[in-house]
Design a binder for this molecule. Structure first.
Ligand code: NAD
Length: 467
């Protein structure tokens, strides 16, 4: 049964996509299994070339992808243009890496030549959320293919359009049929996909609650799984920091992509000496944020992707006030008459670490700020959450920066910057933010397993092993 794909900018229907049922998923696995046999025969250098060709095509189509992504997600055009570049770069990165995967030769006692090889898992299943669909589709498909797997990708039902476009470009780049299939649909399609014993690897990006369900399904079949889940990341500003840069970065970390980022720096900790002045400047900046149509150049914050997410954010803003936090600033935003799913960027002060708005991921443009006195207290407050995805630290003291980086429990630490990502750098979380790493050399480990090979270099049985 087809479902409507809706633009969060104005609620207009953009098209329809199929909700793929269990029979369609079964067919996709059969096709993938056959494709895998073929893909394994393709030399790694040739696989790389197909990905590099895809990267070139994606670069020439970048504007189409950006425009479609903005219509489907409501994200700013300037962001989706950058993301279109990132997705193309992701194919170039893994295309270049495809024939550079090596094993080791190992020194063992006795007359043996012993080495390891990296083997592809087989059918690599990717399940992605609605917030960064094009980049996440690229990050799941490109490394899977590069290292000899075939890919089954399920985008979120709300934002499937760029993943479908990507599949078309891959075919145009010469990728044989069945090697990278995009399966549209919601949770039911996802369940059929991840509970199938023919899945050789599952790489999931999404909410921690969904991650628990998928991990259970994977456990039934002992399917290996990696999970990139949510976050509630702290941005920590010391009094000695470059406060202008810190302010700009705090705004970027909390409000860009309308706060719909796993890495959103949604908890701000500011050292007492500068707390009042910093928060006064921040309040003014938040109140002045320009919310509206993401296609307009002046817009800084677009809509939320779904009406459900809009309602969740509005509920959390009400909850924050009920919990006793002070709504220090919010920005004007287009109301229901716009047809879009807009919410007010909001700043809370007078919060404490027990409040739900300080512990739970909101996934909207809501920032809460608290003062701290010492490094010790900053660490304690930073860790007052179940998540461990990212953290940002602002200070001019190099020693302190690295002390903090060493002590903070999070998969990515940004020192005097925030929200920087690259295919060369591993990414992932700890605790409720998930496990496993994508990106950089870690992607080779994620998408391949190690085979050990022993060869006897002497005839006969080694001394002491005769039977
Ligand atoms: P979600 O978990 O609701 O959905 C993610 C995907 O899982 C969708 O494709 C959905 O259809 C599918 N799904 C849902 N139930 C399933 C099931 N039982 N079996 C298989 N698949 C199922 O997430 P969302 O609401 O789309 O996105 C928001 C969440 O994603 C946030 O928690 C955010 O932090 C997280 N996220 C994490 C990262 C990261 O890299 N750590 C990046 C972006 C988003």
């Amino acid at each position: 049964m087809p479902t409507n794909v809706v633009s969060p900018i104005d609620g207009e229907t953009l098209g329809q996509v199929e909700q793929m049922d269990a029979a369609a998923v079964d067919l996709a696995y059969n096709t993938a299994r056959k494709a895998l046999e073929e893909w394994r025969k393709v030399p790694s250098e040739r696989r790389g070339r197909i990905l590099l060709r895809a990267a070139d095509l994606l670069e020439t189509r970048a504007e189409d992808f950006a425009q479609t992504e903005t219509l489907n997600t409501g994200k700013l055009l300037k962001d989706t243009r950058r993301e279109a570049g990132r997705a193309a770069a992701c194919f170039a990165y893994y295309g270049g890496l495809a024939d550079k995967v090596t094993g080791d030769t190992l020194d063992v006692a006795g007359p043996f030549h012993t080495y390891t090889k990296r083997e592809p898992y087989g059918v690599a299943v990717g399940v992605i959320p609605w917030n960064v669909p094009y980049v996440f589709a690229a990050k799941k498909i490109a490394p899977a293919l590069a290292f000899g797997n075939v890919s089954l990708l399920k985008p979120a039902e709300e934002t499937p359009l760029t993943a479908l476009m990507l599949a078309e470009v891959l075919a145009e780049a010469g990728l044989p049929e069945g090697m990278a299939q995009v399966l549209t649909g919601g949770a039911e399609t996802g369940k059929a996909l991840v509970s199938d014993p023919r899945a050789d690897l599952i790489v999931f990006t999404g909410a921690d609650s969904t991650g628990r369900v998928i991990a259970k399904a994977a456990a039934e079949n002992l399917t290996p799984i990696a999970m990139e889940l949510g976050g509630k990341s702290p941005q920590i500003v010391f009094a000695d920091a470059d406060l202008d840069a810190a302010l700009a970065s705090v705004l970027l970390g909390a409000f860009s992509a309308t706060g719909q980022m796993c890495i959103a720096g949604s908890r701000l900790l500011v050292q007492r000496e500068v707390y009042d002045t910093f928060v006064a400047r921040l309040s003014e900046a938040v109140a002045g944020l320009r919310v509206g149509d993401p296609r307009e150049q002046r817009t800084q914050v677009g809509p939320q992707v779904t009406p459900g997410q809009r309602d969740k954010t509005l509920d959390m803003i009400r909850l924050g006030q009920d919990e006793g936090a002070t709504l220090a600033a919010d920005a004007p935003y287009p109301g229901a008459q716009s047809g879009g799913f807009y919410v007010p960027p909001t700043l809370f002060t007078e919060v404490n670490p027990e409040m739900r708005i300080m512990r739970e991921e909101i996934f909207g443009p809501v920032l809460a700020v608290m003062p701290f006195a010492t490094e010790e207290e900053a660490i304690e407050l930073a860790h007052a959450t179940d998540f461990g995805l990212a953290a940002g630290v602002w200070t001019k003291d190099l020693g302190r920066a690295h002390r903090m980086a060493s002590r903070l429990r999070a998969g990515t630490i940004w020192l005097n910057t925030y929200r920087m990502l690259s295919d060369s750098v591993p990414f992932g979380g700890v605790d409720h933010s998930g496990y496993g790493r994508e990106g950089g050399p870690e992607a080779v480990r994620l998408y391949t397993w190690t085979k050990s090979v022993w060869t006897s270099t002497e005839p006969g049985i080694p001394p002491g092993y005769d039977f």
